[in-house]
Design a protein around this ligand. Structure first.
Ligand code: NAD
Length: 488
């Protein structure tokens, strides 16, 4: 029997300050990945025509929005933050039911969204330029910043509140207008965030949301001549394609993509701390974070002890529906993602990895209606194996044994990605060597690989990013153009 959702979870597109039906009349219906008989809600399967209307609305809104003071724009963001905060429970529950992460994690992410809005609201009153001494004594030279114009925001499903906000809030505070295309898998949650902007009474057209397939709506954002900036988070394959489209039309772009994040456990590490952090980094959100721990590179002298402690804790993980109090890890987001994870587990086995625990889909009892997979740990993994190279996006850890730090860092760097990396050690020399030689945008010491602070720059090295950074003050670099002004 299909459990029907509350009608309030059926959303339209948000264009020019109104919720409007998609022109195709078709909708995308989302089901709970913990119980696929439960309908969560729906959004339109939009067409290019809908996207064009949203871009036109954002374009019309631009001049009056950028004409406001930063402080006035900030007041709107403070209001949106208050409304989002007051709706935390509902939005977090929708997130859990729509994409599977546990309710406490979903609440934490919503609180993060509120903090992001407040951080950027305050930015409206901070400096935007520098005075630079001119070589001409009669001249004043300084820099100021102007917005890019209409910005397209294309987001993944794994952080459906935080990512749309960490892109849209800075875009708006610096005077851009926004068209968001959320990932379909979590678009109802994103619609609820956009509804907070409507409730706050923001001027029409400054923020729009159009849902639908990436190959139609995302593609149109990437190629539309009036979209002057594109901020994308998602997979490498799609990101590279968007970057090429943006480059060919001369738009500014920012791509945040995948990771294959290592944790190094040195011989002098606090092993209990390392175990806790490895599990938290690798298994929370079902391993579906770009910063999730995937490879665990352990010194041979502590390998067996670490392994034993890790397996003990992994086997205690309670998998279940994220709305249940005792669930620590929810399902994979979709059938597709579940099959991807199972495919990688199979590859791991076929290429000679030894499965220590997990490795199967859970199908008994309450698990039968969801996309649940066991927390999984492999050993005997070498760096050339598929599970040591490709992003899995599931609760799968690969243990690798090394004899010294040099070897550990070499293996840690031996992937195309460079998003985040951790080391566990009590030795300052090892910490410093790791910080210096690890090729990752986020380098963490005695802390899990996942963990991003909204006031600090975030982004990857190598194929993990287009080498720009987002969040914190870095967002200003992307969402504005610098003008150097010379006055004589
Ligand atoms: P995805 O690349 O499949 O989709 C991301 C977005 O792009 C979605 O909105 C999708 O509809 C859209 N899209 C798809 N095809 C498109 C096209 N041809 N043109 C334009 N847009 C298109 O990624 P996903 O499965 O939603 O998310 C998982 C990926 O996101 C993982 O690789 C993960 O590492 C990455 N991610 C990275 C970060 C980061 O900050 N580095 C954060 C979260 C997730």
């Amino acid at each position: 029997m299909t459990i029907k959702t509350d009608q309030r979870n059926n959303f339209n597109n948000f264009i020019d300050g109104e919720w409007v039906e998609g022109s195709s009349g078709n909708v995308i219906t989302n089901y709970n990945p913990a119980n696929i008989e439960e309908v969560v809600g729906s959004v339109p399967e939009s067409t290019e025509e809908d996207l064009d209307r949203a871009v036109e609305s954002a374009k019309q809104a631009l001049s009056s929005w950028k004409g406001l003071t930063g402080a006035a724009r900030g007041q709107y963001l403070y209001k949106v933050a208050d409304i989002l905060e007051s709706r935390t429970e509902d939005i977090a529950e929708t997130m859990t039911r729509e994409m599977g992460k546990t309710y406490p994690e979903a609440k934490g992410e919503t609180a993060r969204g509120v903090a992001i809005l407040r951080y950027y609201a305050g930015e409206g009153m901070r400096e935007v330029g520098d005075v630079i001494p001119s070589t001409d004594k009669d001249a004043l030279m300084f820099t100021t910043r102007s917005p890019l114009g209409v910005v397209g925001v294309i987001t993944p499903w794994n952080f459906p509140v935080a990512i749309p906000l960490w892109k849209s809030a800075p875009a708006l505070i610096y005077g851009n207008t926004v068209v968001i295309k959320p990932a379909s898998e979590a678009a109802v949650t994103c619609a609820k965030v956009v509804d907070c902007f409507k409730e706050a009474g923001v001027p029409k057209g400054i923020i729009n949301m159009v849902t639908g397939p990436g190959s139609v709506i995302g593609e149109r954002i990437a190629t539309h001549k009036d979209v002057k900036g594109i901020s994308f988070t998602g997979s490498n394959k799609v990101g590279k394609h968007i970057g090429q489209q943006a480059l060919s039309k001369g738009a500014k772009y920012q791509l945040e993509m995948g990771g294959k994040n290592p944790v190094i456990v040195a011989e002098d590490a606090d092993l209990d701390l390392a175990v806790e952090a490895t599990i938290s980094g690798g298994m929370k959100s079902t391993g579906q974070k770009c910063t999730a721990t995937s490879r665990v590179i352990v010194h041979s002298s502590v390998y067996e002890t670490f392994k034993e402690k890790l397996l003990h804790k992994v086997q205690e993980i309670k998998v279940g529906n994220g709305m249940e109090d005792d669930s620590w890890m929810g399902p994979s987001v979709s059938e597709n993602q579940l099959h991807t994870v199972l495919h990688y587990i199979n590859e791991g086995k076929e290429e000679g990895g030894k499965l220590l625990t997990g490795g199967h889909r859970l199908t008994d009892g309450d698990y039968a209606q969801g996309y649940f997979v066991e927390p999984t740990v492999f050993e005997n993994v070498s760096s050339d194996m598929t599970i040591a190279q490709e992003e899995i996006f599931g609760p799968v850890l690969a243990l690798m044994k090394v004899d010294n730090l040099e070897e550990a860092i070499e293996i840690a760097n031996d992937v195309e990605y460079g998003l985040s990396a951790s080391i566990f050690t009590t030795n300052i020399q090892k910490m410093l060597a790791f910080m210096e030689h690890m090729d990752a945008g986020l380098v963490r010491v005695n802390a899990e690989s996942a963990g991003v602070e909204l006031q600090a720059p975030f982004g990857g090295m190598k194929s993990s990013s287009s080498h720009s950074r987002e969040q914190g003050q870095a967002a200003k670099e992307f969402f504005t153009n610098i003008k150097t002004v010379f006055v004589k």
